[in-house]
Design a binder for this molecule. Structure first.
Ligand code: NI
Length: 139
């Protein structure tokens, strides 16, 4: 790793006070690590906007009794096998399934895939988390 750069930032006392409170609540022990994380968060969002290759996890819950829903979800993943890396299925209870689908591809593409799955009849709720593949992201 190259040598760390130190820089000064002017900031109002009120803002830094709130920032420090937030860091404490989130478990940060120093500002530098929190600021590095904030910068990386913005860089990842920019990667997504620019259509770079991203990875994502889509978590959904659904009732497997809904007619043909399980088959439809499997068919959809096979149709997009180039973007679907893996999936994990958990039988939560007698009726409900939790599925985590790991995807890789351009941000807009994998978002669109997630939207299609979330809009499938019988999928009760879900959420997609997109992040960088890590390659272009400095420590
Ligand atoms: Ni199940």
């Amino acid at each position: 790793m190259s040598e760390a750069v130190r820089f000064g930032v002017s900031i109002s006392p009120e803002l830094i006070e709130q920032f420090d409170e937030l860091l404490t609540r989130r478990g940060y022990t120093n500002r530098s690590e929190a600021i590095r994380d904030l910068i990386r968060k913005e860089l990842v969002e920019q990667e997504e906007i620019e259509g770079k290759e991203m990875v994502g996890t889509l978590t959904i819950i659904y009732d497997h009794h809904v007619r043909e829903l399980s088959e439809e979800l499997i068919r959809f993943q096979h149709d997009h096998h180039m973007h679907v890396l893996s999936s994990l299925h958990i039988h939560l209870d007698h009726d409900n399934c939790l599925e985590i689908i790991v995807v890789r591809g351009a941000g807009p593409k994998i978002k669109h895939l997630a939207d299609r799955i979330l809009a499938t009849k019988g999928v009760k709720h879900g959420r997609m988390v997109i992040t960088s593949t890590g390659g272009d992201l400095p420590k």
